[in-house]
Ligand binder design. Structure first.
Ligand code: PLP
Length: 386
Protein backbone atom coordinates (compact mmCIF):
# COMPACT_ATOMS: atom_id res chain seq x y z
CA UNK A 1 0.00 0.00 0.00
CA UNK A 2 1.11 3.56 -0.69
CA UNK A 3 2.10 5.79 2.19
CA UNK A 4 1.41 9.50 1.82
CA UNK A 5 2.17 11.81 4.72
CA UNK A 6 0.18 15.05 4.56
CA UNK A 7 0.26 15.99 8.25
CA UNK A 8 3.39 18.12 8.27
CA UNK A 9 1.88 20.80 10.52
CA UNK A 10 1.75 18.13 13.23
CA UNK A 11 5.38 17.17 12.66
CA UNK A 12 7.84 16.54 9.82
CA UNK A 13 10.25 13.76 8.96
CA UNK A 14 13.70 14.52 10.37
CA UNK A 15 16.19 15.26 7.58
CA UNK A 16 18.97 12.62 7.32
CA UNK A 17 21.60 15.41 7.44
CA UNK A 18 20.08 16.51 10.75
CA UNK A 19 20.24 12.97 12.14
CA UNK A 20 23.85 12.66 11.05
CA UNK A 21 24.81 15.91 12.78
CA UNK A 22 22.95 14.87 15.96
CA UNK A 23 24.70 11.49 16.03
CA UNK A 24 28.08 13.21 16.47
CA UNK A 25 26.77 14.77 19.68
CA UNK A 26 25.30 11.52 21.00
CA UNK A 27 28.69 9.97 20.22
CA UNK A 28 32.15 11.45 20.61
CA UNK A 29 30.97 15.01 21.36
CA UNK A 30 28.78 13.93 24.27
CA UNK A 31 30.11 16.47 26.79
CA UNK A 32 28.17 18.88 28.97
CA UNK A 33 28.33 22.30 27.32
CA UNK A 34 28.95 23.91 30.71
CA UNK A 35 32.07 21.81 31.46
CA UNK A 36 35.43 23.54 31.21
CA UNK A 37 37.42 20.60 29.78
CA UNK A 38 37.75 19.82 26.10
CA UNK A 39 34.70 17.49 26.04
CA UNK A 40 32.64 20.40 27.33
CA UNK A 41 34.24 22.82 24.90
CA UNK A 42 33.38 20.65 21.91
CA UNK A 43 29.75 20.47 23.03
CA UNK A 44 29.75 24.25 23.65
CA UNK A 45 31.14 24.87 20.16
CA UNK A 46 28.30 22.80 18.64
CA UNK A 47 25.75 24.66 20.75
CA UNK A 48 27.02 28.10 19.74
CA UNK A 49 27.25 27.13 16.08
CA UNK A 50 23.58 26.08 16.30
CA UNK A 51 22.71 29.41 17.95
CA UNK A 52 24.29 31.22 14.99
CA UNK A 53 22.36 29.03 12.51
CA UNK A 54 19.02 29.66 14.26
CA UNK A 55 19.72 33.40 14.55
CA UNK A 56 20.74 33.61 10.91
CA UNK A 57 17.42 32.11 9.71
CA UNK A 58 15.59 35.15 11.15
CA UNK A 59 18.43 37.68 10.80
CA UNK A 60 18.75 38.00 14.58
CA UNK A 61 21.88 38.25 16.66
CA UNK A 62 22.92 34.94 18.33
CA UNK A 63 22.71 36.65 21.75
CA UNK A 64 18.96 37.10 21.16
CA UNK A 65 18.29 33.33 20.93
CA UNK A 66 17.27 31.29 24.01
CA UNK A 67 17.02 27.54 23.42
CA UNK A 68 13.91 25.89 24.86
CA UNK A 69 12.30 22.46 24.91
CA UNK A 70 10.10 23.35 21.89
CA UNK A 71 7.44 25.78 20.77
CA UNK A 72 5.17 25.31 23.78
CA UNK A 73 7.93 26.22 26.18
CA UNK A 74 8.94 29.22 24.05
CA UNK A 75 5.33 30.50 24.15
CA UNK A 76 5.11 29.99 27.93
CA UNK A 77 8.43 31.74 28.51
CA UNK A 78 7.53 34.70 26.29
CA UNK A 79 4.09 35.34 27.75
CA UNK A 80 4.70 34.57 31.41
CA UNK A 81 8.22 35.99 31.23
CA UNK A 82 7.11 39.42 29.99
CA UNK A 83 3.89 39.50 32.05
CA UNK A 84 5.73 38.83 35.30
CA UNK A 85 8.61 41.18 34.46
CA UNK A 86 6.21 44.02 33.57
CA UNK A 87 3.36 43.58 36.07
CA UNK A 88 4.29 46.81 37.88
CA UNK A 89 3.39 48.69 34.69
CA UNK A 90 0.04 46.94 34.12
CA UNK A 91 -1.73 43.59 34.09
CA UNK A 92 -3.54 43.61 30.74
CA UNK A 93 -2.62 41.31 27.84
CA UNK A 94 -4.13 40.88 24.39
CA UNK A 95 -4.17 37.74 22.26
CA UNK A 96 -6.58 36.17 19.73
CA UNK A 97 -9.15 33.38 19.87
CA UNK A 98 -7.30 31.33 17.23
CA UNK A 99 -3.98 30.92 19.05
CA UNK A 100 -2.47 27.53 19.76
CA UNK A 101 -3.31 26.04 23.20
CA UNK A 102 0.30 26.80 24.23
CA UNK A 103 -0.68 30.48 24.16
CA UNK A 104 -4.34 30.21 25.22
CA UNK A 105 -3.72 28.02 28.28
CA UNK A 106 -0.80 30.23 29.35
CA UNK A 107 -3.00 33.33 29.14
CA UNK A 108 -5.73 31.55 31.13
CA UNK A 109 -3.23 30.67 33.84
CA UNK A 110 -2.21 34.34 34.07
CA UNK A 111 -5.90 35.28 34.38
CA UNK A 112 -6.13 33.01 37.41
CA UNK A 113 -3.14 34.94 38.82
CA UNK A 114 -4.89 38.31 38.51
CA UNK A 115 -4.01 39.39 34.97
CA UNK A 116 -6.71 40.45 32.51
CA UNK A 117 -6.68 39.11 28.95
CA UNK A 118 -8.59 40.38 25.90
CA UNK A 119 -9.19 37.67 23.27
CA UNK A 120 -9.57 39.22 19.80
CA UNK A 121 -12.08 37.72 17.38
CA UNK A 122 -11.23 36.85 13.79
CA UNK A 123 -13.35 37.44 10.70
CA UNK A 124 -14.76 34.67 8.52
CA UNK A 125 -11.46 34.95 6.62
CA UNK A 126 -9.58 33.67 9.70
CA UNK A 127 -7.55 36.85 10.26
CA UNK A 128 -7.32 39.23 13.22
CA UNK A 129 -8.36 42.81 12.43
CA UNK A 130 -5.60 45.36 13.23
CA UNK A 131 -8.30 48.02 13.86
CA UNK A 132 -9.88 45.85 16.55
CA UNK A 133 -6.46 45.31 18.12
CA UNK A 134 -5.76 49.04 18.19
CA UNK A 135 -9.10 49.71 19.90
CA UNK A 136 -8.31 47.11 22.57
CA UNK A 137 -4.98 48.67 23.59
CA UNK A 138 -5.10 50.28 27.03
CA UNK A 139 -2.77 52.24 29.28
CA UNK A 140 -2.18 49.10 31.35
CA UNK A 141 -1.59 46.77 28.35
CA UNK A 142 1.88 45.23 28.65
CA UNK A 143 1.95 42.48 26.02
CA UNK A 144 0.23 41.45 22.78
CA UNK A 145 0.64 37.88 21.53
CA UNK A 146 -0.56 37.09 17.99
CA UNK A 147 0.58 34.12 15.93
CA UNK A 148 2.27 34.48 12.53
CA UNK A 149 0.17 31.84 10.79
CA UNK A 150 -2.57 29.62 12.10
CA UNK A 151 -1.69 25.95 12.44
CA UNK A 152 -5.13 24.72 11.30
CA UNK A 153 -5.88 27.01 8.36
CA UNK A 154 -2.45 28.36 7.44
CA UNK A 155 -3.96 31.89 7.38
CA UNK A 156 -1.20 34.49 7.86
CA UNK A 157 -2.03 37.19 10.38
CA UNK A 158 -1.27 40.87 9.67
CA UNK A 159 1.56 40.96 12.23
CA UNK A 160 3.67 43.40 10.19
CA UNK A 161 0.80 45.87 10.39
CA UNK A 162 -0.11 45.20 14.02
CA UNK A 163 3.29 45.08 15.71
CA UNK A 164 4.25 48.74 15.00
CA UNK A 165 0.87 49.95 16.38
CA UNK A 166 1.63 48.08 19.58
CA UNK A 167 5.32 48.81 19.97
CA UNK A 168 5.03 52.57 19.37
CA UNK A 169 3.04 52.64 22.63
CA UNK A 170 5.82 50.89 24.55
CA UNK A 171 3.91 47.58 24.62
CA UNK A 172 5.77 44.36 23.83
CA UNK A 173 4.74 42.11 20.93
CA UNK A 174 5.14 38.32 20.98
CA UNK A 175 4.60 36.26 17.84
CA UNK A 176 4.13 32.49 17.87
CA UNK A 177 5.83 31.77 14.56
CA UNK A 178 6.05 28.01 15.10
CA UNK A 179 4.23 27.31 11.81
CA UNK A 180 5.82 30.19 9.92
CA UNK A 181 9.56 29.92 10.47
CA UNK A 182 11.26 28.16 7.52
CA UNK A 183 8.08 28.51 5.42
CA UNK A 184 8.19 32.29 5.14
CA UNK A 185 10.99 34.77 5.42
CA UNK A 186 10.79 36.41 8.88
CA UNK A 187 13.81 38.70 9.28
CA UNK A 188 13.39 40.40 12.66
CA UNK A 189 14.93 43.65 11.38
CA UNK A 190 11.90 44.05 9.09
CA UNK A 191 9.44 41.81 10.94
CA UNK A 192 9.07 44.09 13.95
CA UNK A 193 8.31 41.85 16.93
CA UNK A 194 9.97 41.69 20.36
CA UNK A 195 9.66 37.95 20.93
CA UNK A 196 9.22 35.10 18.45
CA UNK A 197 8.67 31.38 19.14
CA UNK A 198 10.28 28.68 16.97
CA UNK A 199 10.00 24.88 17.02
CA UNK A 200 12.46 22.59 15.21
CA UNK A 201 10.17 19.64 14.46
CA UNK A 202 7.95 21.67 12.14
CA UNK A 203 10.75 21.88 9.55
CA UNK A 204 12.60 18.57 9.52
CA UNK A 205 14.40 19.06 12.85
CA UNK A 206 14.03 16.95 16.01
CA UNK A 207 11.11 17.14 18.43
CA UNK A 208 11.36 18.71 21.88
CA UNK A 209 13.66 21.57 20.93
CA UNK A 210 12.95 25.14 19.92
CA UNK A 211 13.90 28.68 20.68
CA UNK A 212 12.58 32.01 21.80
CA UNK A 213 13.95 35.04 20.00
CA UNK A 214 14.10 37.92 22.51
CA UNK A 215 14.91 41.34 21.05
CA UNK A 216 17.74 43.04 22.95
CA UNK A 217 16.35 45.07 25.86
CA UNK A 218 13.08 43.12 26.23
CA UNK A 219 12.33 42.43 29.92
CA UNK A 220 11.89 38.73 30.64
CA UNK A 221 11.55 36.79 33.88
CA UNK A 222 12.94 33.25 33.57
CA UNK A 223 10.42 30.45 34.15
CA UNK A 224 12.88 27.62 34.73
CA UNK A 225 15.21 28.23 37.65
CA UNK A 226 18.50 26.53 38.44
CA UNK A 227 21.93 26.92 36.86
CA UNK A 228 23.09 29.85 34.75
CA UNK A 229 22.40 28.26 31.35
CA UNK A 230 21.08 30.34 28.44
CA UNK A 231 22.17 33.62 30.01
CA UNK A 232 20.16 32.71 33.12
CA UNK A 233 16.94 32.73 31.11
CA UNK A 234 16.38 28.96 30.98
CA UNK A 235 18.13 26.76 33.51
CA UNK A 236 18.94 23.12 32.76
CA UNK A 237 21.69 21.25 30.95
CA UNK A 238 21.20 21.94 27.24
CA UNK A 239 20.06 19.07 25.03
CA UNK A 240 23.09 19.47 22.78
CA UNK A 241 22.27 16.75 20.19
CA UNK A 242 18.77 18.19 19.68
CA UNK A 243 20.07 21.74 19.54
CA UNK A 244 22.76 20.99 16.93
CA UNK A 245 20.09 19.16 14.90
CA UNK A 246 17.85 22.22 15.21
CA UNK A 247 20.70 24.42 13.95
CA UNK A 248 21.28 22.12 10.99
CA UNK A 249 17.56 22.16 10.15
CA UNK A 250 17.62 25.98 10.20
CA UNK A 251 20.56 26.10 7.82
CA UNK A 252 18.90 23.65 5.42
CA UNK A 253 15.63 25.60 5.63
CA UNK A 254 17.39 28.86 4.76
CA UNK A 255 19.03 27.23 1.73
CA UNK A 256 15.81 25.61 0.55
CA UNK A 257 13.10 28.15 1.44
CA UNK A 258 12.64 29.72 -1.99
CA UNK A 259 12.47 26.36 -3.73
CA UNK A 260 10.17 24.98 -1.00
CA UNK A 261 7.66 27.81 -1.34
CA UNK A 262 7.59 27.62 -5.14
CA UNK A 263 7.23 23.83 -5.34
CA UNK A 264 4.89 23.22 -2.47
CA UNK A 265 2.42 25.98 -3.37
CA UNK A 266 2.03 24.44 -6.84
CA UNK A 267 1.29 21.06 -5.24
CA UNK A 268 -1.09 22.55 -2.66
CA UNK A 269 -3.01 24.37 -5.41
CA UNK A 270 -3.13 21.16 -7.46
CA UNK A 271 -4.63 19.34 -4.47
CA UNK A 272 -7.08 22.13 -3.64
CA UNK A 273 -8.27 22.67 -7.22
CA UNK A 274 -8.46 18.92 -7.82
CA UNK A 275 -10.74 18.51 -4.79
CA UNK A 276 -12.89 21.54 -5.67
CA UNK A 277 -13.32 20.25 -9.23
CA UNK A 278 -14.08 16.63 -8.36
CA UNK A 279 -16.22 16.91 -5.23
CA UNK A 280 -19.36 18.97 -4.63
CA UNK A 281 -20.21 20.52 -1.27
CA UNK A 282 -16.67 21.46 -0.23
CA UNK A 283 -15.19 24.74 0.97
CA UNK A 284 -11.63 25.87 1.55
CA UNK A 285 -11.39 27.55 4.94
CA UNK A 286 -9.40 30.79 4.77
CA UNK A 287 -9.43 30.82 0.94
CA UNK A 288 -8.59 34.18 -0.55
CA UNK A 289 -6.48 35.12 2.47
CA UNK A 290 -2.69 35.24 2.56
CA UNK A 291 -1.87 31.66 3.61
CA UNK A 292 1.14 29.45 4.23
CA UNK A 293 2.07 27.77 0.93
CA UNK A 294 1.82 24.19 2.14
CA UNK A 295 -1.52 24.07 4.01
CA UNK A 296 -5.14 23.71 3.02
CA UNK A 297 -8.08 23.22 5.36
CA UNK A 298 -11.13 21.85 3.57
CA UNK A 299 -14.64 21.17 4.85
CA UNK A 300 -16.69 18.37 3.27
CA UNK A 301 -20.42 18.84 3.74
CA UNK A 302 -22.26 15.91 5.31
CA UNK A 303 -19.04 14.14 6.34
CA UNK A 304 -17.51 13.55 9.76
CA UNK A 305 -13.87 14.65 9.54
CA UNK A 306 -12.74 11.97 11.99
CA UNK A 307 -14.36 9.23 9.86
CA UNK A 308 -12.78 10.63 6.70
CA UNK A 309 -9.39 10.73 8.44
CA UNK A 310 -9.70 7.04 9.32
CA UNK A 311 -10.88 6.11 5.81
CA UNK A 312 -7.92 7.96 4.28
CA UNK A 313 -5.57 6.28 6.75
CA UNK A 314 -6.81 2.89 5.44
CA UNK A 315 -5.56 4.05 2.02
CA UNK A 316 -2.19 5.04 3.50
CA UNK A 317 -2.91 8.78 3.54
CA UNK A 318 -2.18 10.67 6.77
CA UNK A 319 -4.08 13.92 7.36
CA UNK A 320 -5.48 15.69 10.38
CA UNK A 321 -8.71 17.16 11.64
CA UNK A 322 -7.83 20.52 13.16
CA UNK A 323 -4.83 20.62 15.46
CA UNK A 324 -3.04 17.36 16.25
CA UNK A 325 -2.90 18.35 19.91
CA UNK A 326 -6.72 18.44 19.93
CA UNK A 327 -7.33 15.14 18.15
CA UNK A 328 -8.52 12.38 20.42
CA UNK A 329 -10.92 14.91 21.88
CA UNK A 330 -14.15 15.48 20.00
CA UNK A 331 -14.48 19.17 20.77
CA UNK A 332 -14.83 21.05 17.49
CA UNK A 333 -11.94 23.18 16.28
CA UNK A 334 -11.82 26.47 18.24
CA UNK A 335 -10.21 28.08 15.20
CA UNK A 336 -12.98 27.27 12.72
CA UNK A 337 -15.58 28.13 15.39
CA UNK A 338 -13.94 31.54 15.86
CA UNK A 339 -14.26 32.05 12.08
CA UNK A 340 -18.01 31.62 12.51
CA UNK A 341 -18.21 28.38 10.51
CA UNK A 342 -21.43 26.44 11.11
CA UNK A 343 -20.94 23.28 13.15
CA UNK A 344 -21.68 20.92 10.25
CA UNK A 345 -18.82 22.48 8.22
CA UNK A 346 -16.48 22.38 11.22
CA UNK A 347 -17.16 18.69 11.84
CA UNK A 348 -16.36 17.85 8.23
CA UNK A 349 -13.03 19.66 8.08
CA UNK A 350 -9.70 18.11 7.17
CA UNK A 351 -6.26 19.70 7.19
CA UNK A 352 -3.78 18.68 4.51
CA UNK A 353 -0.23 19.94 5.19
CA UNK A 354 2.52 19.22 2.68
CA UNK A 355 6.31 19.30 2.98
CA UNK A 356 9.32 19.54 0.70
CA UNK A 357 9.18 15.75 0.44
CA UNK A 358 5.62 15.70 -0.99
CA UNK A 359 5.48 14.66 -4.65
CA UNK A 360 3.05 15.25 -7.51
CA UNK A 361 2.36 11.50 -7.65
CA UNK A 362 1.29 11.56 -4.01
CA UNK A 363 -1.11 14.43 -4.62
CA UNK A 364 -2.55 12.63 -7.64
CA UNK A 365 -3.01 9.47 -5.58
CA UNK A 366 -5.03 11.48 -3.03
CA UNK A 367 -7.10 12.97 -5.85
CA UNK A 368 -7.68 9.44 -7.19
CA UNK A 369 -9.03 7.95 -3.98
CA UNK A 370 -10.64 10.87 -2.11
CA UNK A 371 -13.73 11.51 -4.32
CA UNK A 372 -14.80 7.85 -4.09
CA UNK A 373 -14.39 7.78 -0.31
CA UNK A 374 -16.41 10.99 0.13
CA UNK A 375 -19.15 9.69 -2.18
CA UNK A 376 -19.40 6.37 -0.32
CA UNK A 377 -19.50 8.11 3.06
CA UNK A 378 -22.26 10.43 1.89
CA UNK A 379 -24.28 7.53 0.47
CA UNK A 380 -23.91 5.63 3.74
CA UNK A 381 -25.04 8.71 5.70
CA UNK A 382 -28.14 9.04 3.48
CA UNK A 383 -29.05 5.32 3.68
CA UNK A 384 -28.59 5.19 7.47
CA UNK A 385 -30.81 8.26 7.96
CA UNK A 386 -33.61 6.94 5.66
N1 PLP B 1 2.35 27.00 18.34
C1 PLP B 1 1.83 26.55 17.20
C2 PLP B 1 1.19 27.53 16.26
C3 PLP B 1 1.89 25.20 16.88
O1 PLP B 1 1.36 24.76 15.74
C4 PLP B 1 2.51 24.30 17.80
C5 PLP B 1 2.54 22.85 17.52
O2 PLP B 1 1.71 22.31 16.83
C6 PLP B 1 3.05 24.82 18.98
C7 PLP B 1 2.96 26.18 19.22
C8 PLP B 1 3.74 23.95 19.98
O3 PLP B 1 5.03 23.59 19.53
P1 PLP B 1 5.76 22.28 20.13
O4 PLP B 1 5.08 21.10 19.50
O5 PLP B 1 7.18 22.43 19.69
O6 PLP B 1 5.62 22.34 21.60
Amino acid sequence: MRSVYLDNNATTQVDPAVVERMNDYFGENFGNASSVHSFGQRARAGLEEARRQVASLIDASPAEIIFTGGGTEADNLAIKGVALARQEKGKHLITSRIEHPAVLRTCESLERDGFEVTYLDVGSDGAVDPGQLEQSLRDDTILVSIMFANNETGVIQPVEEMAPLVRERGIYFHCDAVQGVAKASLPVDRFPVDLLSISAHKFHGPKGVGALYVRKGTPLQPQMLGGSHERRMRAGTENVPAIVGFGQACQLAAERMEDFVRRVSILRDRLENGILNAIEGVRVNGAGQRRLPHVTNISFEGIEGEALLVALDFQGIAVSTGAACASGSISPSHVLAAMGLPDRWIRGSIRFSLSRLTTEEEIDYVLDVLPGIVQRMREMAVSSSS
